[in-house]
Design a protein around this ligand. Sequence first.
Ligand SMILES: [Zn+2]
Length: 258
Amino acid sequence: MSALDRVISDLVVANRILAREDVVDAYGHVSLRNPDNPKHFFLSRSVAPELVERGDIVELGLDGEPVREERRALYLERFIHAAIFEARPDIQAVVHAHAEDILPFGIAQATPLRPVIHSGSFIGANVPVWDIADRFGDTNLLVTNMEQGRDLAKSLGQNNVALMRGHGFASAARSLIEVVRISVYLPRNARALLRAKQLGGEIKYLAQGEIDARNRGYSPYSTETWRAWEYWANKAGCSHMLTKPTGAGTAHQGPQKK
Ligand SMILES: [Zn+2]
């Protein structure tokens, strides 16, 4: 299997995981930058993530348009991915989804969504809320061009996640596994925070030092990270598509060195 085949397989697996974990439904998408050409990225054609197959993956440029002739319909909101890849050279993978549990935090803006559980630490200390109406007035709330995508990317800044008011979220990370992990735990963190607020009293958020300590211990191919990826893929019925990078799941920290 070539490196490119592996990338495509991984992206299919990511689609299936996000669907199985209820992060996406008929809508929502995940993309991966082309490791051989940082000005291109891969994203499925317009189809529900649960149904994505290898042949559905399309290569797009940083303008959000396909790099080869493409007659199939594409996601209307592909500009979210293009604009984030354009603005953030450090980012390798992006998710956009409408997970219901995060929506209240984009609407009731007096309550910020911040990490409250250890697995939620990866969403980052600051989760900005982007409101499309601030610059574009009354729209259908979808990000359908580069101008809107760039405005969202600007709001995301150097953070891992931006909420989109009344719509969903965009998350960005250095690897596909990491962006899936952030996107799976984001709604769980939101649920825990919402329930804690229902119990009343002062909310104890994760401290910056705790978030930093979690980040220091993170490696995309550590045993712990691979364990989650393998589990999710198996649950989503696509463990046969897993491609294990050299050293994945064998070293405590990162790929094994020879
Ligand atoms: Zn959307």
